[in-house]
Design a protein. Structure first.
Length: 164
């Protein structure tokens, strides 16, 4: 049985159903992060959104946009900045998002000034490794979406996204 979120099965899990391994790896890693990370649930979701934007995932960006706006009640200006790869109008969130996207874009090779900016906003080395874990599990769904052409769930289609 595929995991349900918010009362419906996610299309991405349907597309991964040929093997239980990626589904279980994703679900277990995400659950561990949400349970034990020092990042807030909102920050975790923003990292998931930023990673999905950087990986150009047409399934995950709408899904994380929906949860950021509906569940986390985040400012739509912040979400749109992340979706459009613009500076976020909040220094702390901008540092979080910038570092997350840079980890993906530069394959884990960060410049000293990127880490310094991240730490200057009050983030810790522990949180850096929490972000790395999020990058790892988001890669599973982001790449599955590319491989399978996963379409957003009907519940997320209003948040359609394409790289601008």
């Amino acid at each position: 049985m595929l995991e349900k979120q918010n009362g419906y099965s996610l299309n991405i899990f349907e597309d991964m159903s040929a093997s239980p391994i990626p589904i279980r790896a994703y679900i277990d890693a995400q659950a561990l992060v949400y349970k034990e990370a020092t990042l807030s649930k909102m920050e975790i979701n923003l990292v998931q959104l930023a990673v999905s934007v950087e990986n150009e995932c047409h399934f995950c960006v709408p899904a994380h946009t929906a949860s950021a706006l509906r569940r986390d009640k985040l400012d739509s200006e912040i979400i749109e900045a992340i979706r459009r790869s613009l500076p976020v109008p909040n220094q702390k969130i901008d540092a979080l998002v910038s570092l997350s996207k840079s980890l993906v874009h530069n394959r884990g090779k960060l410049a000293g000034n990127e880490l310094r900016s991240f730490y200057e906003q009050g983030f810790s080395e522990e949180q850096l490794f929490e972000i790395l874990t999020i990058v790892a599990y988001k890669t599973i769904t982001n790449y599955t979406s590319h491989l399978m052409g996963t379409k957003p769930n009907p519940e997320h289609r209003e948040y359609f996204w394409a790289k601008s």
